[in-house]
Each structure stands twice: as C-alpha cells, then as structure tokens.
Design a protein. Structure first.
Length: 387
C-alpha cells in the first residue's frame, strides 16, 4: 500500500510543495514544543496544556502522513486541519488568563498555526489560502480580545496571508503547467497518429481508388459509373484526412510554414495533405519547393490528360521534408525524358531536378504509360550552414 500511495502522490503536480510544507510543519512543531516547555510553568493549568499538546502531536503526525502519502490531499481533510488548529489556538483561554495572553503569543504559537493556511493554499490556491490565513488571524484576535491594526507592532496577519498567497500561486501555477504539458503531449500523439494514418491512406486506399477510377473510365460502359463513384470517394477521403488545423503562429522572416505556403500557391489545382502542426523550413527552401511543385502541376495540366487530377502529400521527417506530387494521368513513356533533354527542353532536368539538387535534396520520378506520374521531392529543412 505505501508504494501505491507513493505512485499516486508522485503524479501530483503540487507534490514538491506538499513535501516542503511538511518540513515546515516539523520545524514549527519543534518550535511549539520548545515554547510549551518554556511557558508551561506560567500557565494557570499546565497539566491540561500537556494533554492538549498530546492531542496536537497526534493530529500533527496524522496530517503529515496524510499529506506526504497522498490520501489527505482533499478539501475536507484540509478543512478539518483549519478547524482543529483554530480550536487549539482558542484553547489558550482555557489554560491561562487574559493578562498572560495579552503579553504573549497564543498557544500553540502562531508559527505552528501557519501550517493550516499553507495546506489550504496548496489544495485551493491563493484565495482559499488567504481565507484560511484570515481565519487563523481571527482566532488569534478573539483570544487576545482585541483587533490590533498596528501592523508595525503586530504583523502576524500580514505574514500569514502573504505566505498563503505565495504558496497558493505556486501550487496553481504548477498544476497549470502540468495540464499544459499533458495537453501538449496528447496533441503531439494525435498529430503523429494522424500523419501515420494519412500516409497509410495515401499509399494504400487512395492509390487503389485512383486506379479504379482511371481504369473504369478507360473501360467505359457500366464501369464508368464505378469509376465516378471511386473518384468521388477518393475526393471525400482526401478531404477527410486534409489538415484543418489553426493557422500556425507567426514565424521568423527567415522561416516559413511549408504547408501553408503550398496550400496558398497550389490553390484548386491539387489537393494538399499535410501534418496537423506547422512544417517550418527556411524561406529559400520553401520558395524553391513551391517553384518545383508549380512546374510539376504545369506538366500535369499540359501532358497528363484532360481528366487528370493531382494530389500533394507533405511529410515532416525531422531534419528533412518530403513533398510527393502524384497524378492519375496518362503517365510518361520510357525514354521520353531523355529524348526531351536531348531536344534541348530542360524543364524537368533544370526546373525540377536541378532546383532540388541545388538545395541538397533528391528528386525521384515514378511513371509508366497509363499508370500516372509521381514525384518524390526530398530536401533538408535548413540550408547548409544555416543555424
């Protein structure tokens, strides 16, 4: 059981504050014991005071265990501590007279009473901690029979409220940061899973649907209806996995969100699938990739056939980005690119392959007659020598 309790409180964002508060509790208890020994002979009922101190000791041990182990970190448990602590302070009137009380601090010392305010601050924040501190201060004023507003001579209330407010703000901030971290981890996990599913769908289902649509149109007849349905389902599936995340935060002038830049440049010429989070690359690399994609899409419009559709997939691979541009057009015949280069038409070799290689990346082409065309463009995120 103790091991299980340790596992519970170790996940508490305010766990370090609870442990620090119990160290303070131990020190304040030692101080209260010394105070009790020093003033016991001056009290009217010293034996009663020792009985009350035994009760205080038992309660102190129980609260320490509860807060350290974790089972006592509940609002009602803290409320009981505040009430019992105030009762201990009020018991000063039972063991001594008003003259002694007016010239000394109340039993069992204001320092020990601070524990109740700290516990309330950790469990409920600065406001509840301050309320508990005021309750302790109110009990102190009641025992003394007067409210001393001269904080220059008696700063007990100010110290109690300030300490509770400071600890309460620290506890609230710890829980807020912990919640933000949990949400960030969850978002990263969901984004990674979405990216993985996007790749799986792109490499599997969408490829098959595109092939069915293409072959159905070629066969004609009743199969043309099947081709139309396949094409429609492919478009719906791409829309489903498309990125709908909020715009990325403003980037430095030397960096750009490649996903946003591609969507803006491509427009309605192709469907873009990208990770949920922004894909930050150097501005020059983003500009060159967009220029390459424009050339590829121009080739699709001019050479892939009137019904060809283009699709773009952006992948974030840590230090590299990969842009895949695929169409379901007529494809490229074997040897056609080499023949075009020999004829002096350098569109692919210069505008596509040359640009990518100048960035330190690679451009890979897969195509066959009737099977469409796919470019895979891989580049580093940063230019060589950039920070």
């Amino acid at each position: 059981m103790p091991a299980a309790w340790r596992d519970i409180h170790d996940r508490d964002p305010a766990g370090p504050l609870w442990r620090a508060a119990q160290i303070f509790r131990l020190l304040s208890f030692v101080y209260a014991l010394g105070f009790q020994i020093a003033i016991n002979d001056d009290l009217t009922h010293p034996r009663v005071t020792w009985v009350l101190f035994a009760v205080l000791t038992a309660a102190n041990i129980w609260w320490t265990i509860g807060y350290l182990v974790g089972f006592g970190r509940r609002a009602w448990f803290v409320a009981v501590e505040v009430v019992v602590s105030a009762g201990m302070m009020l018991s000063t009137s039972l063991v001594t007279d008003a003259d002694w009380t007016s010239h000394n601090q109340t039993w069992p010392t204001t320092l020990w009473m601070t524990n109740a305010a700290l516990s309330a601050a950790i469990i409920g924040g600065a406001l509840r901690g301050a309320v508990a501190a005021l309750a302790v201060a109110g009990a102190n004023y009641y025992v003394k029979g007067q409210i001393d507003v001269n904080f220059g001579r008696n700063a007990t209330t100010i110290l109690l409220v300030s300490a509770a407010a400071a600890v309460g703000m620290a506890a609230t901030r710890a829980r807020t940061v912990h919640q933000e971290l949990v949400e960030a981890i969850g978002l990263a996990a969901r984004s990674a899973e979405r990216e993985r599913l996007s790749r799986e769908v792109h490499d599997g289902v969408l490829q098959v649907l595109a092939l069915i649509a293409k072959r159905g149109r070629e066969i004609g007849g009743e199969t043309a209806e099947l081709a139309q349905l396949s094409a429609e389902q492919e478009r719906r599936l791409r829309a489903l996995i498309a990125d709908t995340a909020d715009p990325s935060p403003t980037l430095a002038p030397t960096s750009r969100d490649l996903a946003a830049v591609l969507r803006s440049a491509v427009g309605h010429r192709a469907q873009v699938s990208a990770p949920a989070d922004s894909v930050t690359v150097d501005a020059h690399i983003a500009d060159e990739l967009v220029a390459v994609v424009d050339n590829v899409l121009d080739n699709v419009a001019n050479h892939a056939g009137p019904d060809a559709q283009a699709y773009i997939l952006l992948e974030d691979l840590d230090d590299q980005v990969v842009v895949s541009v695929r169409d379901d057009g007529v494809g490229i015949e074997n040897g056609r690119l080499a023949a075009a280069e020999a004829e002096g038409r350098m569109g692919i070799s210069a505008s596509i392959i040359g640009r990518i290689e100048s960035l330190g990346g690679t451009a890979r082409l897969e195509s066959a007659p009737g099977a469409g065309t796919e470019w895979e463009l891989s580049t580093p995120r940063r230019q060589k020598g950039a920070p």
